[in-house]
Ligand binder design. Structure first.
Ligand SMILES: Nc1ncnc2c1ncn2[C@@H]1O[C@H](COP(=O)(O)OP(=O)(O)OP(=O)(O)O)[C@@H](O)[C@H]1O
Ligand SMILES: O=c1[nH]c(=O)c2[nH+]cn([C@@H]3O[C@H](COP(=O)(O)O)[C@@H](O)[C@H]3O)c2[nH]1
Ligand SMILES: NC(=O)CC[C@H](N)C(=O)O
Ligand SMILES: [Mg+2]
Length: 513
């Protein structure tokens, strides 16, 4: 694509590559992601204002590690290497990278050494987000250290003459407090970009494109009642009117009363066609005896499509399927441009069958949740839809760890309902990005009314996040945890112990499976 001013991001398979693009988009600068082996001649032709080398799961000293043409360092174009990208800069320019004895995940504080444009206005001891197991043991010639952390003596490097920079941490994730500032310093001070790119009107463009694509055929919209599909349904309704048929599937894996509430909420708020399909028996039958998380997701993805295809046959000319798939669903499920590893198969992406009769429309495939929320608000969708916590398509199937039975689902539904109601009661629901309960395949001994019990353990999870890519556990008041724990153990038969999950993402994920 022709563009006078752009940043090229070379992808080495990081989970965060699209986040880098997004941060740049927020600063109104145009950027493109390309695989790490993108032709050097094309880069020379396209004359980007700067190049970013992303992170990646491999180690630069691995035999089949993804590489970049070494001449890239001689083009005179400013370069920023992030994590794996910085380690590549070191290795290619005469430095050394080795496995660290202490892997570093999550928060660290940076100590800035000396002046440098890249870290201009960054507070000393500012929190940065780490995710690495290797570190630079020897600095290349002509490079200097511009920041260190307790575990990473070489945490940020620069070669000011060549305008080549490296960061061991991830400035693109929101948990790096001054990350945006660092990216802006790179864009504006070091690359000389101007903030003049606006992404156009997403809503209008999408309406036009969808009208052209669908013509006078019909589209089925998979409507969970969650944020993404609700916004997709309202947006596509503007394009297709009565030719959009929304289908909500009760998978039997929904939360307490969820399907009925969603259908009611939709009918009350929008003049939109909505079909409610109860497929709970089919889903539970298919999942019987399955314990492997990836198998569960694939079965659910396939069963969803089977249900949609069957419903679509009832409507003449229904040729398209609309889903509220977001970028994190895509990046965590499939390898997009570089070599990223599959973390989990999101039911609506990697979980889809290979042969599908319906053609997919996924308007938010490149966006993040908060961007979709903004579009939803612009479309005038009420806040009760927009502010809902995300709920994954596979639903409680990935929260009943191990085998799924109706009985275990019911235990979890009751406990989850108590937890979520308490969040509303205390007015803290909106401070949390996502909260839920998980039923563990573990039993523990308890004592109730002088008798021994041997029952299930339930874990509570609540996280803060803006995009689901990184997350931190929510700090509850102890009295709140006490209240919820007491209520659950007292009133939900089958649970005699409640624990609270205090893991961040990374290294954990938000869901347990
Ligand atoms: N019960 C369901 N009925 C119909 N479609 C569903 C159902 N569950 C999930 N889907 C489809 O799968 C997509 C992905 O699910 P996901 O949970 O990521 O998004 P969402 O439910 O729309 O929003 P949120 O993330 O806020 O829950 C949905 O956008 C929707 O198209
Ligand atoms: O629609 C979905 N289908 C899935 O298969 C799926 N798996 C995880 N999630 C949701 O994605 C966000 C990130 O979750 P993880 O940190 O567990 O990967 C969290 O919000 C999860 O709830 C899913 N959503
Ligand atoms: N996030 C990354 O880029 C990690 C780079 C490399 N795999 C390491 O562990 O250090
Ligand atoms: Mg959902």
């Amino acid at each position: 694509m022709e563009h006078p001013q752009k940043i090229i991001i070379l992808d080495f398979g990081s989970q965060y590559t699209q986040l880098i693009a997004r941060r740049i988009r927020e600063s109104k600068v145009y950027s493109e992601i390309h695989p790490h082996h993108y032709d050097l001649n094309k880069i020379i032709e396209e004359r980007p204002k700067g190049i970013i080398l992303s992170g990646g799961p491999m180690s630069v000293y691995d035999e089949d590690a993804p590489v970049v043409d070494k001449k890239i360092f001689e083009l005179g174009i400013p370069i920023l290497g992030i994590c794996y990208g910085m380690q590549l800069i070191a290795r290619y320019n005469g430095g050394n990278v080795e496995p660290a004895s202490n892997r570093e995940y999550g928060k660290a504080e940076i100590n800035i050494i000396g002046d440098d444009n890249l870290l201009k206005d960054v507070e000393n001891n500012s929190v940065v987000w780490m995710s690495h197991g290797d570190y630079i043991t020897e600095l290349p010639n002509d490079y200097k250290i511009i920041a260190r952390t307790e575990n990473s003596p070489i945490c940020a490097i620069s070669n000011p003459a060549k305008k080549i920079y490296g960061l061991q941490f991830h400035p693109e994730v929101v948990h790096s407090k001054d990350g945006k500032k660092i990216i802006d310093n790179f864009l504006f001070d070091l690359c000389g970009c101007k903030p003049d790119w606006t992404p156009g009107n997403f809503i209008e463009n999408t309406i036009d494109e969808v009208k052209k694509l669908v013509g006078d055929k019909k589209a089925i919209c998979a409507l969970s009642g969650g944020v993404d599909s609700s916004v997709a349904a309202v947006l596509l309704h503007k394009a297709l009117g009565k030719n959009l048929i929304n289908i909500h599937v009760d998978t039997g894996l929904m939360r307490k009363n969820e399907s009925n509430d969603v259908v009611k909420m939709f009918k009350e708020n929008f003049d939109i066609e909505l079909v409610h399909v109860d497929a709970s028996e089919l889903f539970l039958e298919r999942l019987q005896g399955v314990t492997d998380p990836e198998k569960k997701r694939k079965i659910i993805g396939n069963t969803f499509i089977e249900v949609f295809e069957k419903e679509a046959k009832k409507f003449e000319d229904a040729e398209f399927l609309v889903q509220g798939t977001l970028y994190p669903d895509v990046i965590e499920s499939v390898s997009v441009k570089g070599k990223s590893v599959t973390i989990k198969t999101h039911h609506n992406v990697g979980g889809l069958p290979e042969r599908m009769n319906l053609k997919l429309i996924e308007p938010f495939r490149e966006l993040f949740k908060d961007e979709v929320r903004e579009i939803g608000l612009k479309l005038g969708i009420p806040e009760i839809f927009i502010k809902r916590h995300p709920f994954p398509g596979p639903g409680l199937a990935v929260r009943v760890l191990g085998e799924i039975t109706k009985e275990r689902l019911d235990i979890l539904r009751e406990a989850d309902d108590i937890f979520i109601k308490a969040l509303h009661e205390d007015g803290i629901y909106d401070n949390i990005w996502q909260a839920f309960a998980v039923l563990l395949p573990v039993q523990s001994v308890g004592v109730m009314g002088d008798a021994r019990t041997y029952e299930n353990v339930l874990a509570l999870r609540a996280v803060t996040s803006t995009d689901g890519m990184t997350a931190d556990w929510y700090r509850f008041d102890h009295r709140f945890l006490e209240k919820v724990s007491n209520r659950i153990i007292r009133s939900v038969k089958g649970i005699n112990r409640v624990v609270y999950d205090i893991s961040s993402k990374p290294p954990s994920t938000i869901e347990w499976e």
